[in-house]
Design a protein around this ligand. Structure first.
Ligand code: DAH
Length: 366
């Protein structure tokens, strides 16, 4: 016995009375209903199911028309025809309904995907920040821009003339010792990495007549042994003001203004005698400790003062190198370590942190 009754005729199936015919159709419909119940709501199964029942060539309906309806004897033709039409209508309408259900489900699913939930939190994209050294540069330069200085920049590869000679540091001058130098073309060659930004004093005065009021930000290089506070590259800002009537008072006033802008209105300034070949007199500029206010703490090593930078009145000998009239002109200069100032202000004790590019560190200075 075959399991597919539609491949045999009704006569072969023994259905020779109208009741028997109706029963055969009822069995088929029950089979279809069971099929639909099992697979009709599955979007992957449903097309196959529909093909099995309504497929033009091999679908069950086609086979019924062929094996049950066409060969039916005249006295059963009517009832087979009616039953066939009933079954066909049932199958087609149920399939149509299932298809509609599936379409509606798919549409609802894609609508849910498309819907934008405005109450969801957004995706946070981290925005980068300026590097702390850059920030400090900008802050320091901004203070001088606000009092009429302008910014110039110069080469990092210098000649001994600009880096040393014209600044009053001839060969064998002891000041060359504490600026251990990277020479580019052999030791004591004709090119070196500048050890400070001071050469730009000379280059600027060579190029332009007085008055001069400039700051020079840039990288400088020294053959230091790297440690917590030294590296072979660091950043400086040079300052130079030259005019016909600049006095020590202007120098001191400018420095005090700078210190208050940088460290706050309560910061006090102290000038300590010092020595640089290109300034006379020379001074170290100290500020009252921004942490303890001057009473003494670990940051200022209990002295109440913090050393900020070197400065002084331009040594008249320097004017001789740039054809400035030393009789008529006077001025002051300063050179500050930007990294040092950044560390001091933010309580950073390790210079390598500034150059390590560790974002966990950098993000602390948004
Ligand atoms: N060039 C010096 C250095 O790198 C810093 C300095 C001191 C610059 C005094 C100046 C100055 O212009 O007047 O150590």
């Amino acid at each position: 016995m075959t399991t597919d009754p539609t491949s045999e005729t009704l006569a072969e199936l023994g259905a020779t009375s109208p009741e028997a015919v109706r029963e055969k159709f009822a069995v088929l419909q029950a089979r279809f209903d069971a099929d639909i119940a099992r697979r009709g709501s599955d979007a992957d199964e449903q097309p196959a199911l529909a093909a099995e029942w309504t497929g033009r060539k091999a679908g069950a309906l086609t086979r019924i028309a062929e094996h049950w309806l066409r060969p039916a004897p005249a006295e059963l033709k009517r009832v087979v025809g009616q039953e066939f039409q009933k079954l066909k209508a049932h199958v087609e309408s149920v399939l149509e309904q299932k298809r509609a259900e599936l379409d509606a489900r798919a549409e609802a699913a894609s609508a849910a995907l498309d819907r934008i939930d405005l109450s969801l939190p957004g995706v946070e994209r981290r925005v980068g920040t300026r590097h702390l050294v850059r920030q400090t540069f900008d802050e320091l330069i901004g203070i001088f821009l606000s009092i009429g200085f302008s910014v110039v920049e110069g080469p990092e590869i210098e000649t001994p003339y600009y880096n040393f000679e014209a600044l009053g540091i001839p060969e064998h001058h002891p000041a060359r010792d504490n600026m251990d130098t990277f020479y580019i073309d052999g030791s004591r060659g004709n090119h070196l990495l500048r050890t400070h930004t001071s050469p730009m004093q000379i280059r600027t005065m060579e190029k332009q007549p007085p008055p001069v009021r400039i700051v020079v930000p840039g990288k400088v290089y020294r053959r230091d042994n790297p440690d917590a506070t030294h590296g072979y590259m660091f950043h400086q800002i040079e300052g130079l003001a030259v005019d016909t009537d600049i006095t020590f008072c202007d120098f001191k006033g400018t420095v005090e203004y700078f210190v208050r802008e940088f460290l706050g209105p309560k910061a006090r300034t102290r000038l300590r005698p010092s020595y640089f070949p290109f300034t006379e007199p020379s001074a170290e500029v100290d500020a009252s400790c921004h942490v303890c206010g001057g009473s003494g703490c670990r940051i200022c090593k209990f002295s109440g003062w913090i050393e900020l930078f070197g400065a002084g009145m331009v040594n008249p000998a320097v004017y001789g190198f740039v054809n400035y009239d030393a009789e008529k002109l006077s001025g002051f200069a300063f050179g500050m370590g930007v990294d040092r100032l950044a560390m001091m202000k933010h309580g950073i004790t390790e210079l390598p942190l500034l150059f390590g590019n560790d974002v966990r560190f950098l993000r602390q200075f948004p």
